[in-house]
Design a protein around this ligand. Sequence first.
Ligand code: FBP
Length: 249
Amino acid sequence: MSFSKTFNLKNEKGIFLAYDHGIEHGVKDFINNRAHNPQHILDLTYKSQINGVVLTPGVIEKYIKEIKDYELNTILKINSKSLLAEDQYFSGVTASIDFALKYDVKAIGYTIYFGSIREHEMIETFCMLKEEAKDHGIYTVLWAYPRGKNIKDDKDKNTISYAARIGMELGSDALKLKIPHQIKDIEEITKHVHRTYVFFAGGEKENKEETFLKTAKEVIKRSNGMIVGRNIWQRENALDMLNKIKEFI
Ligand code: FBP
């Protein structure tokens, strides 16, 4: 089945919830009293009927019954790095393709910090996992994040374009990118990416709900959609927000 059908994309666009922050950022991200609970995230995904949810291996194992009951499409975040790590520019593998198969995930999500000193290691591992995943009909979503001593501005359109282009040429089915400084530059970035889905992260929580909704609308118009975390589940009205951004598809 195609990527589009697998994730029930509408007009080739979709919305996914990202929930790997417990490892990536720690509990400081769980600023309301429900976000720490994976059940809340699964409930949000189910009730909003968005296209899927990004989860870490432990959450998938522990909540597999609920994931199955809700028939959720999951993206397994297969490498991670914590803010406690000495090397902030390397993300290590946390699960295998066997694991992905066992828990019936639809895609693996993998981060490469393009520009980092260990970029080549992450590229190598990604390519091996991608080939194995593909053999089993599992899609790949690459978090193509420019980062390292030489990266002056990870929201610069040329830097994002370069990372996106590498991601496409490495063969990822989809990319997850940071939103560039100017939203209109998304057009320039996607121009260089062919036969590859392009989704954007939500970034840090915008205080004003309206500001985030405006951004989301423009981003979704110019791309295949969003894989968004904090700007949704850090709000008390997360379900309402998901329903609103779905309307932009
Ligand atoms: P947000 O929508 O909350 O920005 O989530 C996107 C994401 O890529 C998460 O999947 C990940 O945990 C986090 O951002 C990593 O962000 P950073 O590398 O900037 O700390």
